[in-house]
Design a protein around this ligand. Structure first.
Ligand SMILES: [Zn+2]
Length: 289
């Protein structure tokens, strides 16, 4: 039951001389014996393996910084995401709008062409009607009649297409107006949210800059494997990557930690993560010393 998390074991900073446990064990299992134990432990500190206390404390400082950063993010809430979403929706609506507008324009163009054509056909029909009175033969009369019939046929065809276009246009007009309103509403909403976010950004700018600077310097002090460990756990638990071991429990998930493991964690010769939640474990005794 010891090594559930093999990755962590790989990342542990090991110390070959880390067996100082024989008399330490007397301290465990007694919840109220922590301070007594701590004394015991501190006396032992001089000897044996190099302690990782400073690294563990750095994890705790980083946890605090990240908790503050997470709080700022929380203040901003889902504003950044929702602005992004509104903008994306807006883009696609504008595209749709442009497409519909293009269809509308080409239909309007077609309509005016058909109307022009119709009026020229009507003029021609009028002229033919006049010519009918001056015909000199039946053949001529028939030709005129045929020409007029064919013009009427064209006009009829144009009229039916015009009717069709009218129908499409009236639907399209409604859709376009609807889109225009939606686009305007969305833009307004995005702008309001952006203003709010800008305000929050302005409000927290200094804090954030200071926290990021502090974070960079803390994280820069860690070696690569510890940095990797911390960042990985912090990705999962923003601002809660390290947990205190208190009365044999992980303060992150409240699961109990095997007594032998608690001793090892206190000895600060290796870095352990919680077998239940994966947080980096720091013994209570290491806090603030
Ligand atoms: Zn845990």
């Amino acid at each position: 039951m010891n090594e559930i998390n093999p990755n962590t074991e790989d990342n542990e900073l090991k110390s070959e001389t880390a067996e100082s446990g024989s008399h330490i064990e007397t301290g465990i299992g007694e919840d109220d014996g922590a301070s007594k134990f701590q004394h015991y432990f501190l006396e032992e500190e001089e000897s044996n393996a190099p302690k990782l206390t400073e690294i563990l404390r750095a994890f705790l400082r980083l946890r605090e910084i990240d908790a503050e950063l997470a709080e700022i993010e929380e203040e901003k809430g889902d504003l950044p995401e929702s602005i992004e979403k509104l903008r994306t929706q807006n883009e696609s609506m504008k595209k749709e709008y442009a497409e519909k507008k293009q269809i509308l324009n080409s239909l309007v163009e077609e309509k005016s062409k058909l109307e022009q054509e119709d009026s020229s056909f009507e003029q021609k029909i009028g002229k033919y009607d006049e010519q009918k009175y001056n015909v000199r033969s039946n053949e001529e009369y028939d030709e005129i009649t045929k020409a007029v019939d064919s013009l009427f046929e064209q006009v009829k065809k144009n009229e039916s297409r015009l009717k069709e276009i009218e129908g499409i246009l009236s639907g399209l007009d409604v859709e376009i107006e609807d889109l225009e309103n939606k686009i305007a509403d969305q833009e307004k909403e995005a702008e309001e949210k952006q203003n709010l976010l800008d305000e929050l950004n302005e409000q927290y700018k200094q804090d954030e800059v200071a926290l990021r600077e502090k974070r960079n310097s803390e994280i820069g002090m860690l070696d690569e494997s510890n940095r990797f460990l911390y960042e990985n756990v912090n990705k999962m638990y923003k601002g809660e990557a390290a947990a205190i071991v208190r009365k044999g429990n992980c303060s992150g998930c409240y699961n109990s930690i095997p007594p032998q493991r608690v001793i090892e964690i206190r000895s600060a010769e290796k870095i352990f993560t919680c077998q239940s939640c994966g947080r980096i474990l720091v013994a209570e005794e290491i806090l603030g010393n």
